[in-house]
Design a protein around this ligand. Structure first.
Ligand code: PGA
Length: 691
């Protein structure tokens, strides 16, 4: 069941990811088109005039970036909780908008996929209902999304995706859309695409006439049109059957001086024709007028025609002439058509016998040094060799993925070189200060005890892992879990950041010991540590010093590090026997080890009266005992080994008292019970090493 759930969640996530990437990308490559669409929506609610152009353009870039980035985050399963919730919120808003456009029909095409694919309002609604359901599935259990990239590399993908898509938008604004999905792309013969082929189905209409006679209003059609005693009130015409509509059906050019329709003469012209397309001269960018004038001069010299197509008023045409010194003829055309032809104001088109063979943004116009011969001898005068759509898509994917791959590689190399450098440094310091104190490990270890079921435990481990991967701790962190959690938790931990341990292991190597778990079994789960000698095991399960000695030996023999607990009861402390008790516990179970084995021992001093009682030993009490333990370790193994031994304090340690405890020179961290069961509490203690 849970496997099926994971499969469903990942199918939903992929569907969302690919849709978002596609819709974000096609919007990003055509920011002006997206801006026009946003303006259409604003016009539908009478707000278009109130919102400045730069706002709608920024919104277009932002919308594309959000969609694309969300798609990439979903694809790579980055910041799963945040991403899935944002996706759900985004889809909920979009679905509400599509419900509105389905009912009120304010725009004909939702614009979800720019001009790449157009969906009817009904299709868009269905698509969004499906996607919102997918988003809900993913947001329900975000951790079901399988990661495609390690969490330490996520920041790279996040930043890169955002920079890439905003960069793409800006580049396409400066030049032209990378893919031209509109009817006026290179290779199109405008005249041909305006022609309705013979025999193509015609659009059929039906008109209803509303007529009145003697105060009675009635509706008629052309077939039963009444006599003249009826008075005409109104008429309604609806399309009953959509006929063939040619790809280009709204392209008319009128001369600005004579008003004459010159569409056909321009499109049928045998040679080359430059069309400078400027939907609005009032808003056109005039910074490259020098280049335009030079192209006009070149056209005149080489017998090419040159027209400026605009939807501007005479006043604005005159103003443009004044500013730029333009001498070329102006023609009038529909503004929407001109905006569709080229996403640049102004932009330049080159036609050869009515076929579009070149398109340039005003920022990248052909330069005079390129225009050094008649057009038929130049490469810009030839139909460009267009690579196939699939190879262009592949190229775009490579431009996104290749740098990403190289960045990830660089990141890993950098991390590796940092590690090598730090090792070298450690060695150097060790060489120089061989006789001096070596920095022993600071450790915060959690002891979950018998508290969490498998699912809750795995979820907590994931949360801790994510928090620590995102913000590296200043100490070693270990979580010690019940046996049943070990194997699953090992899967979710980044072992370079969080270690894993058991809370116990058997005192026997293997065999018929029903219910026991051996050190070897613990090790086989991927765990690296085991807690032994905890007072709760000594007290409730009768673990004696001898039994613990066996367990310690077996744990070490199987390559586990031992967190060995010791500590006195309240009565023993009141009788001032704490040192004696602790020394006996250590002597009884770990002081038999040789110096080499000792390196894998971590001591945890846990006064029994402080465990789970909320009563912490004062930092001075803890420091005093830990200094004592270090001194007896020194007696047994020498000063250097004692300086290298990590000794922890345990017993009601929490984020509020950890900084004070950890500030003591002999306290190397904590063994944490209750406060290790919540990520925030545990992290608070770990962060005490940052203070
Ligand atoms: P506590 O437990 O932090 O809940 O007091 C510590 C321990 O028993 O290891």
């Amino acid at each position: 069941m849970s496997k099926l759930r994971v499969v469903i969640a990942n199918v939903c996530r992929l569907l969302l990811a690919l849709t978002f990437i596609l819709s974000g990308y096609v919007k990003a490559i055509d920011p002006l088109g997206t801006q026009y669409k946003i303006t259409d929506y604003l016009a539908a609610i009478d707000l278009a005039a109130m919102v400045p152009q730069w706002t709608t353009l920024s919104a277009a870039v932002a919308l594309a970036a959000i969609e694309f980035a969300l798609g990439v985050f979903l694809l790579f399963a980055i910041k799963r909780q945040f991403t899935s919730r944002l996706t759900l919120a985004f889809m909920a808003v979009m679905t509400l908008i599509t419900v509105w456009i389905y009912i009120a029909d304010p725009v004909k095409d939702c614009g979800c996929f720019g001009d790449a694919f157009t969906l009817t309002n009904g299709e868009t609604l269905l698509k969004n209902i499906l996607l919102v359901l997918c988003a809900a599935v993913v947001a329900w259990r975000p951790s079901d999304m399988v990661r495609l990239i390690s969490s330490s590399n996520q920041w790279l993908v996040m930043n890169y995706a955002v920079v890439y898509i905003i960069g793409t938008s800006l580049w396409c604004l400066y030049t032209l859309p990378t893919f031209d999905f509109r009817p006026y792309h290179i290779g199109v013969n405008i005249k041909q695409d305006m022609t309705v082929p013979e025999g193509a189905p015609q659009t059929e209409y039906e008109t209803t006439f509303i007529m009145k006679k003697n105060g009675v209003t009635k509706e008629f059609t052309a077939d039963n049109y009444p006599d003249s005693t009826w008075q005409f009130v109104d008429a309604r015409t609806v399309v009953t059957k959509q006929g063939y509509e040619p790809p280009i059906h709204d392209f008319i050019i009128d001369s600005a001086t004579t008003g004459e329709d010159i569409t056909d003469s321009i499109l049928s012209r045998p040679g080359y024709t430059f069309l400078l397309v400027a939907p609005s001269l009032a808003r056109a960018d005039d910074s490259n007028f020098g280049d335009i004038d030079q192209i006009y001069e070149y056209a005149q010299e080489h017998g090419a025609a040159f027209y400026c197509l605009t939807a501007s008023t005479d006043k604005n045409i005159a103003r443009w002439r004044d500013i730029t010194g333009a001498e070329y003829p102006f023609c009038l055309s529909d503004e929407t058509t001109l905006k569709t032809i080229i996403r640049s104001n102004p932009g330049l088109l080159l036609l050869k016998k009515g076929t579009i063979i070149g398109k340039w943004s005003h920022n990248l116009l052909p330069q005079t040094d390129e225009l050094n011969a008649p057009l038929h001898q130049l490469s810009i005068g030839q139909m460009p060799q267009q690579s196939s759509t699939s190879s262009r898509i592949l190229k775009v994917m490579l431009t996104f993925l290749l740098p990403l791959f190289l960045l990830s590689l660089a990141d890993r190399l950098w991390a590796w070189s940092k590690w090598v450098r730090s090792k070298q440094k450690e060695n150097n310091i060790f060489q120089i200060f061989k006789s001096k104190k070596k920095m022993r490990k600071k450790i915060v270890a959690g002891n979950w005890k018998m508290n969490l079921n498998l699912q809750d435990g795995v979820a907590l481990a994931k949360e801790i892992n994510e928090a620590l991967v995102a913000e590296k701790p200043n100490c070693d962190v270990v979580i010690c879990t019940p046996f049943i959690h070990l194997a699953s938790v090992a899967q979710v931990l980044d072992s370079t950041v969080v270690g894993l341990g058991a809370e116990n292991c058997a005192d026997k190597e293997k065999g018929a010991y029903t219910g026991e778990v051996s050190a070897e079994m613990v090790k086989s789960t991927g765990a690296q540590y085991v807690i032994l000698g905890h007072s709760e095991r000594r007290q409730y399960y009768g673990e004696t010093a001898e039994i613990l000695k066996e367990k310690v030996d077996l744990a070490l023999a199987h390559g586990l590090k031992v967190i060995f607990c010791c500590g006195e009861t309240l009565e023993e402390r009141e009788a001032e026997k704490q040192n004696e008790v602790v020394k006996a516990e250590l002597a009884g179970s770990v002081f038999h080890l040789d110096a080499e084995a000792w390196k894998n021992i971590i001591i945890a001093y846990e006064p029994i009266w402080a465990i789970g009682t909320g009563k912490t030993a004062t930092s001075d009490q803890a420091e005093e005992m830990l200094a004592y333990i270090r001194s007896i370790v020194a007696e047994k193994y020498g000063q250097e080994a004692a300086e290298d031994t990590s000794i922890l304090y345990g017993g009601s340690c929490k984020a509020s008292n950890a900084p004070e405890l950890f500030s003591k020179p002999n306290i190397d961290g904590g063994l944490i019970g209750g406060a290790s069961l919540k990520c925030a509490d545990f992290k608070g203690i770990i962060d005490a090493w940052k203070k």
